[in-house]
Design a protein around this ligand. Structure first.
Ligand code: NAP
Length: 270
């Protein structure tokens, strides 16, 4: 029996155990997935514990995606570029960090047939998720990219693209894709949206990385304007499946991702 898990600070609402359970069942994998709430001063000890206990891998979440990199032996190309790790593989006692949010976002774009090469995109927020999304968009040929931050000056040069504030968003006339990478609209504050309808109407499609609720206020406003809008649940499932692919070193068909996603929607509605 393989033991996997998630290392983070506060994990009681995590959907990861149920997503992993669904995948393990569908693929007949003898595996379990546990939640490990770790204190900041115990992070390195917990990571070294992966070696001591000979676990094959773990996921890492807020607030440790950056700090955890100090405890690893190697970092993959995409995680190095992003500056954050959410998946660790124990490869013969060598701990390697990956970022599967990057791949999960790509799968979400594919599912909803959103094309970004040669287009303009606007990313709201400048945190960990925004870093994965901008790295993916830049690696796949986005033509123009804007990060919208409450405090652009504080971000400095950590982003290799235009960083603007929310007022400057009104200067952009038209763009293809708006991506919400802020927590605005997330449960229990689901009544709010990060931008108003007059900003949303400039876009051809909207992606909200939030998955709780499944239908955010931002998505509602976009759909009222006739603009297609999608939540982050498919990305969440895809990043989990990408982690399992790394741990087992085999590829998992998109059909499995679709089935897990449908099962998860059903589970969330019950
Ligand atoms: P994070 O590191 O805390 O970053 C969030 C960013 O949003 C902050 O850097 C901040 O940027 C902005 N922000 C924070 N509070 C705000 C507020 N009150 N008003 C306006 N902007 C605010 O969080 P994260 O890990 O990037 O996650 C962001 C969202 O993405 C969360 O809702 C998370 O659940 C979701 N997410 C989803 C997936 C998925 O698989 N679907 C994966 C990762 C994250 P500025 O200070 O520059 O404004």
């Amino acid at each position: 029996m393989e033991v996997f898990g998630l290392i983070g600070k506060t994990l009681s609402h995590s959907l990861s155990p149920i997503i992993h359970k669904f995948v393990y069942e569908m693929l007949n994998l003898e595996a379990t997935y546990s939640l490990y709430q770790v204190r900041p001063d115990m992070l390195d000890a917990a990571i070294q514990g992966i070696r001591a206990l000979d676990l094959r891998g773990v996921n890492v979440t807020i607030p440790y995606k950056i700090k955890v990199m100090e405890s690893l032996d190697r970092i993959s190309l995409e995680a190095e570029k992003i500056g954050a790790v959410n998946t660790i593989l124990n490869d013969g006692n060598s701990l390697i960090g990956y970022n599967t949010d990057y791949f999960g976002f790509g799968k979400l774009l594919d599912k909803y047939n959103i094309k970004t090469a040669g287009k303009t995109a606007v990313v709201l927020g400048s945190g960990g998720a925004a870093k994965s999304i901008t790295a993916y968009l830049q690696d796949t040929g986005i033509s123009e990219l804007f990060i919208v931050s409450r405090e652009p000056n504080k971000i400095g040069h950590s982003y290799n693209c235009n960083v603007i504030n929310y007022k400057q968003l009104s200067l952009i006339n038209q763009a293809s894709l708006l991506i919400n990478c802020t927590p605005i609209g997330m449960s229990p504050n689901s009544g709010s949206a990060p931008v108003s309808k007059c900003e949303i109407e400039k876009f051809e499609s909207v992606v909200d990385l939030i998955y709780n609720p499944l239908h955010t206020q931002l998505m509602t406003q976009a759909i009222e304007l006739g603009i297609p809008a999608y939540n982050g649940l498919y990305m969440l499932v895809s990043q989990a499946v990408a982690a399992i692919e790394i741990w087992y070193s085999f590829s998992i068909s998109e059909d499995i991702v679709h089935k897990v996603y449908d099962k998860l929607i059903q589970y969330l509605k019950e």
